[in-house]
Design a protein around this ligand. Structure first.
Ligand SMILES: *Cc1c(COP(=O)(O)O)cnc(C)c1O
Length: 499
């Protein structure tokens, strides 16, 4: 059955998967959602016999229905190969009564690699299918993790170029080093004199500049987005939940059909929405546990039914979750108001106007699949230390937020259902926070000294992603003011500057 995609802000928009991937965002500002969520057409027992790539195919074929088998399999094979440091791609580690699904074995050691390894291939295939001859120019604003994962995914991919803007003084030293050492003739990395919001706003402006669009068209270029609202990022994220369940079944940790819970450290709501879609496909998931850090907008939303971004933005040790507008939540809101795009549009207008909206009681009832809670900075650090002391297992700060929330959930509910915790980053990416949580004596050490200490402590090899940047030469040293972002892009594309 063919699956079409609607805009959450205008039901009349109805396009194929490949067009939705190319476009990223609907012109009305809405997000693309599948008209219906397809059911898994392989049994759990069959899935238990599959490797990661086979599982990914079984899930993605149901959503990306205008891709041929050959096209999709080629994308999957190119994405999930030996750039991952384990054949399992997403291994499950059992520690302290839960299963940690390690989603950080890709090139940039954060879970964004799971989708951004395949997005470039989905995008170039979509371009081919729709007879687009233009070169695709990916524009990205990043607060750290997305930029590097997108660069690594698109570097040297034929028919694409990528420009990443990051706040010059707003990312961690390791994150910056990862980006400015990125190889690939088609890549450009620019530090802007401003914060992440400035970068994001500047990028949106470029996307909406009709004059620029026309000039680019004449030169054979068009923009696209690698942002987490692209359906081409959401669909690949569903696969690892199905894979995790199948792994548990294969390893006799659960019985066929047994319910599991899933815990996800959440920022933009993309990863946990993928778990929700997996549940709707028929995967036996009981609760979706949404874990926030001190920016606990979602916790408040699940409790009160009111989404309110009017609050202080807190900088935490889990920066990839420091977010007050969870873009992908719109897909859930659309669904729980009965796929009513007019109603959803109203909520989103309230959000951009007053910064808040409140859902109805009936809509609240639809949220019973979810449980929300949060972990403070102190609780996050304690969880890292506790897990290390008890099991010798070292987790990163984002995973620790999820882990701490899981312990709260069990205490509160007594629910002992087997549970998978999404482990979204390697502890090597947030070494200083992780090591300080274990012992404050580490604070005096340098960044790479800490890396070596962590390797000893956790008894694991330093990941390639870190080894590489120790000595890699800096190849991007460009900076620009916010109002010069367009000229920077023009220069990269060999186009004349604005007047
Ligand atoms: C992006 C990110 C998250 C948040 O994921 P969302 O899909 O935005 O909710 C959590 N942890 C890490 C390490 C991330 O990079």
């Amino acid at each position: 059955m063919e699956v079409f995609y609607n805009s959450t802000r205008d039901n009349r928009v109805r396009i194929s998967a490949s067009k939705a991937i190319l476009q990223g965002l609907s012109e009305d500002g809405g997000l693309f959602v599948p008209e219906q969520i397809p059911a898994l057409d392989k049994s759990l027992a069959e899935l238990a016999g599959m490797d990661y790539r086979q599982t990914a195919y079984e899930v993605m074929k149901l959503f990306l229905t205008d891709f041929t088998e050959e096209e999709l399999k080629e994308c999957i094979d190119k994405a999930y190969d030996d750039k991952f440091d384990t054949q399992e791609i997403a291994p499950l580690v059992s520690a302290d009564g839960a299963y940690y699904l390690e989603l950080f074995h890709g090139k940039t050691i954060a879970f964004k690699d799971m989708a951004l390894s395949i997005l470039p291939y989905l995008l170039t295939t979509s371009a081919k299918k729709n007879h687009i001859k233009n070169e695709i120019v990916i524009l990205t604003a990043t607060s750290g993790d997305t930029g590097k994962a997108a660069l690594a995914g698109f570097a040297d991919v034929e028919g694409t170029r990528i420009v990443v803007f990051y706040p010059k003084n707003g990312v961690s030293p390791i994150q910056e080093k990862q980006m400015v050492t990125q190889k690939g003739k088609n890549t450009m990395v620019v530090g802007i004199h401003g914060n992440f919001d400035d970068a994001q706003t500047g990028v949106k402006k470029l996307f909406n500049d009709q004059k620029l669009k026309k000039e680019m068209e004449e030169k054979g270029f068009q923009f696209s987005s690698a942002n987490s609202i692209n359906i081409g990022r959401l669909v690949p994220q569903i696969c690892y939940y199905v894979y995790a369940y199948a792994k548990l079944l294969k390893n006799d940790e659960i019985k066929d059909g047994e319910m599991i819970n899933v815990v996800v450290p959440t920022g933009n709501f993309g990863n946990i929405l993928a778990a929700f879609y997996a549940k709707k496909m028929g995967l036996p998931i009981r609760k979706l546990i949404c874990a926030s850090n001190e920016n606990k907008v979602l916790f408040d939303f699940f409790n009160s039914g009111c989404y309110d971004r009017n609050r202080e933005f807190v900088l935490t040790s889990s920066p990839s979750m420091d977010i007050l507008i969870s873009s992908n939540l719109e897909r859930l809101i659309y669904r729980i108001c009965g796929n009513d795009s007019a109603k959803n549009k109203e909520f989103m207008a309230q959000l951009s106007g007053e910064g808040k909206y409140a859902i109805s009681e009936e809509m609240k009832d639809e949220l019973k699949d979810f449980y929300g809670n949060y972990a403070s900075e102190a609780e996050t650090a304690e969880e890292i230390k506790r897990l290390y002391d008890d099991c010798g297992y070292v987790i990163d700060t984002h995973t620790a937020v999820a882990s701490a929330v899981y312990r709260k959930y069990v205490k509160e509910t007594g629910d002992l259902t087997k549970t998978v915790i999404a482990s979204t980053a390697s502890p090597f990416k947030f070494t200083r926070s992780v090591m300080n949580a274990i012992d404050t004596k580490y604070d005096a050490m340098g960044d790479f000294e800490l890396v070596d200490e962590l390797a000893k402590l956790a008894n694991v090899k330093v990941p390639n992603a870190i080894e590489e940047i120790r000595t890699a030469p800096i190849v991007h040293d460009r900076q620009c003011d916010v109002d010069k972002m367009q000229d920077t892009v023009r220069e990269f594309l060999g186009m004349p500057k604005t007047l």
